[in-house]
Design a protein. Structure first.
Length: 183
């Protein structure tokens, strides 16, 4: 099956590409998880994070923002010794801060989707050279998230989040998933 240029032969990556990436996601919990995971990706490849996703779900209380918002420094210190995750103190501290910011939002899923007008933006990109790393919408989301108290939410992270959550559909024309999602 033809896939997007970034998808390797790794079966985990292929399953993610084929079943999750670019599919519109409106569930607040799933969006929160994805936003945190995109923050962990900063400076790394997505496959690195994807391979650690299940461990993150275990050690980060299933991405429950209520529990993460009150996560103590001792938990973060324990996590710094867990080889199953990316051990970056700034990113782990961001989890707590981002959970606190998330809980202050009135309707986070609708608010995030508002940056694309509430509907997926369907792009018709011929190849990888046409896929941007950030857009004005991602810049606006980044700025608003930072104003709301989030960290690790730069415009590139926000655009990757928008792609992954289906807010924008960036499967290229030569990808088998393009036809399924470009309706």
């Amino acid at each position: 099956m033809p896939r997007c240029f970034w998808c390797t032969e790794d079966p985990l990556y292929q399953a993610y590409h084929d079943r999750e990436w670019g599919v519109p996601q409106h569930d607040a919990g799933a969006l929160f998880e994805l936003l945190l995971l995109e923050g962990f990706q900063a400076g790394l490849s997505w496959i690195t994070v994807l391979k650690k996703r299940e461990r993150y779900r275990q050690v980060l209380f299933g991405f429950d923002p209520q529990r993460l918002a009150v996560m103590g420094d001792e938990v973060i210190e324990e996590l710094m010794h867990d080889p199953g995750i990316i051990r970056n103190r700034l990113k782990l501290n961001a989890v707590r801060r981002n959970a606190q910011a998330w809980l202050r939002l009135e309707d986070p899923a609708s608010w995030l989707w508002s940056f694309v007008g509430g509907q997926p933006r369907i792009h018709h990109r011929a190849d990888r050279s046409q896929v941007p790393t950030q857009t004005p919408e991602a810049e606006a989301m980044s700025k608003a998230l930072k104003k709301a108290g989030f960290t690790f939410v730069g415009p590139t992270i926000c655009y990757a989040f928008m792609q992954a959550s289906g807010m924008v559909m960036d499967h290229t024309l030569d990808c088998d998933r393009y036809a399924a999602l470009a309706h």
